[in-house]
Design a protein around this ligand. Structure first.
Ligand code: NAD
Length: 260
């Protein structure tokens, strides 16, 4: 099956976790990739993973900070220069930020998390949607979180940003549906990536393995999600198999959000 033959898929946060798994998934189905990340080493590791799975894949890598508008304009320009279009956009880069009760949550940390997780998503939408409107086609998937649809606690910046991503998704979907462009969001629960490993180190620096085990017991499926499982959903939303899905916010969490 080659759902993405000749399609250009742009992925932020392409140097790790969910971005990398999605890159591998769509490349196996024929996509040409533009991968963006702050981490050059992360991008290089993703290129290796993609080439192992899809040796003929065309790949552009571009180091950029999604919180900086000039750099966002830069990654879109680089993608257009190389491929001439953007068919799918996984607007995904993000950080967890420090955990802590609201009264202890640093104001600078709050601003930092919002600048990457919320402004970064807005800036991506702003610059990519202009291209897709001109094309008259395109599909965008924004990465929200269970923390964007439920209260998880100890994550003021993350929760505010991810609830904001849900708002941005619905707002832009209402605007751009008429132009043949769809915008949806995914709301992952705990998926085993470097971000979640870091989270467990914050919860219990002495014994992160125990924290990880306790955390997973709260999930109805008693396990973490795998990045490849996110890749499948994102690929579906970016593909022509989901042509009437717009403005949706789809949990992918083993049922976790049903319990809160
Ligand atoms: P990850 O840490 O494995 O990957 C995130 C990638 O984003 C890294 O390669 C990092 O270098 C990059 N990045 C960070 N800040 C950036 C910036 N300013 N500009 C460009 N790139 C930047 O984490 P992940 O689990 O793959 O997370 C991806 C997205 O999924 C994030 O938005 C995260 O909030 C969200 N999410 C993850 C989980 C989970 O359980 N893993 C759950 C819900 C939502």
């Amino acid at each position: 099956m080659s759902r993405f033959e000749q399609h250009v898929i742009l992925i932020t946060g392409g140097g790790s976790g969910l971005g990398r798994a999605t890159a591998v998934h769509v490349a196996k189905e024929g996509a040409r990739l533009a991968l963006v990340d702050v981490s050059e080493a992360g991008l290089a590791a993703t290129v290796e993973a993609v080439q192992a799975a899809a040796p003929d894949a065309e790949i552009l890598t571009h180091v950029a900070d999604v919180a900086d508008e000039a750099q966002v304009a830069g990654y879109v320009a680089a993608t257009l220069e190389r491929f001439g279009r953007v068919d799918g956009f996984f607007n995904n880069a993000g950080i967890e930020g420090k955990q802590g009760a609201t009264e202890e949550y640093g104001s600078e940390e709050f601003a930092r998390v919002l600048s990457i997780n919320l402004s970064g998503v807005f800036l991506g939408l702003k610059h990519v949607l202009a291209v897709m409107r001109e094309q008259g086609s395109g599909s965008v998937v924004n990465t929200a979180s269970v923390g964007g649809i439920r209260g998880v606690g100890n994550q003021s910046g993350y929760a505010a940003a991810k609830h904001g991503v849900v708002g941005l998704t619905r707002n832009s979907a209402v605007e751009y549906g008429q132009h043949g462009v769809r915008i949806n969001a995914i709301a992952p629960g705990a998926i085993w990536t470097p971000m979640v490993e870091g989270s467990m180190r914050q919860i219990d620096p002495q014994n992160p393995e125990k924290a990880a085990e306790q955390f997973v017991q709260a999930n109805p499926m008693k396990r973490y999600g795998r990045p490849e499982e996110i890749g499948s959903l994102v690929a579906f939303l970016l593909s022509d198999e989901s042509t009437f899905i717009n403005a949706a916010v789809i949990p992918i969490d083993g049922g976790q959000s049903a319990k809160y």
